[in-house]
Design a protein around this ligand. Structure first.
Ligand SMILES: C[S@@+](CC[C@H](N)C(=O)[O-])C[C@H]1O[C@@H](n2cnc3c(N)ncnc32)[C@H](O)[C@@H]1O
Length: 270
């Protein structure tokens, strides 16, 4: 990602969290429920799944969340690993980090650290975390191989990861040129096969797709109409109706939320 595109992505997410849009529908589509968190926290979700729901986190574990946003997954993880554990959230956007800090404080959690940084160059020591999570972030990186290399580097030898992310199949290539579609987690996404291969090439093992959710036309329409993704509704509304319909037809069934698990070693412990 060149610096300008990265700044635009930062600005979009910065504005999105400051504008306090209600993203509850995104949280519900991502399979969070009111048992996971209160309405206020759920309404700040920009995820595409609930990766923690697919993990066996233990008390005392050290957890890293890549692109931690307003802190929903960080907070859920912190409650599960307890006082003896530690959860580190890394994000590049100041406004997201500020909101996450407020949210962590209001939950009175003392086992969370929020660090500013890029997922391609993590501010994290080698072999230091038991779990890596990420929710709808790696698709945004044009350097996915670096991100997976970093995941490998920071995981303890027995460490594991669960990632929720968007992959696309048969996506019209020219649509990748539109920045609002990048911020919408679509234009930077690659196919599931390529995603898994990229992770494997960096040494990650045992990759498994544990869940897939294909976005249907009605869901894509709802996401656009609800105006929950930065810049998407204004981009879409400015298009002539026939192009809007064409876009919906092209993207329906082509955008998939996947949950992928794996580990640093072939046989993780626990
Ligand atoms: C789609 S939001 C997901 C936020 C959060 N994981 C959630 O589920 O609500 C993407 C987040 O990743 C951050 N981000 C995007 N690219 C990043 C990068 N290269 N390094 C660090 N953070 C990044 C953005 O600032 C934003 O907070």
């Amino acid at each position: 990602m060149n610096d300008l595109t990265r700044r635009k992505v930062q600005q979009s997410y910065g504005k999105a969290i400051i504008n306090k849009k209600d993203n509850t529908n995104i949280a519900v589509m991502s399979e969070y429920s009111s048992e996971d968190a209160d309405d206020e926290l759920l309404s700040q979700s920009f995820g595409c799944g609930n990766p923690l729901a697919f993990s066996k986190l233990k008390e005392g574990d050290v957890v890293l969340d890549l692109g931690s946003g307003a802190g929903l997954d960080v907070i859920l993880a912190a409650k599960r690993v307890g006082e003896k554990g530690l959860v580190i959230g890394v994000d590049m956007t100041d406004e997201m980090l500020a909101r996450a800090r407020e949210n962590v404080e209001s939950e009175k959690l003392t086992n969370v650290e929020l660090r500013k940084g890029y997922i391609e160059h993590l501010p994290i020591e080698d072999s230091s975390v038991d779990w890596v999570f990420s929710n709808c972030v790696i698709n945004l990186s044009p350097q996915k191989q670096l991100v997976f290399k970093e995941i490998y580097r920071v995981l303890k030898p027995e460490g594991q990861f669960v990632i929720s992310d968007i992959v696309v199949e048969k996506f019209p290539p020219f649509l990748r040129l539109f920045r609002p579609l990048l911020t919408a987690c679509v234009a930077g996404a690659i196919s599931e096969e390529k995603y898994i291969k990229t992770a494997q090439e960096q040494g990650l093992q045992g990759l498994k797709v544990i869940n897939r959710m294909i976005y249907e036309k009605s869901q894509i329409k709802q996401i656009i109409e609800d105006d929950e993704i930065p810049g998407l509704k204004s981009f879409f509304s400015a298009l002539p109706r026939f192009i809007q319909n064409w876009l919906l037809r092209q993207t329906a069934g082509a955008i998939v939320s996947v949950k992928i698990s794996g580990s640093r070693q072939a046989t993780p412990v626990g």
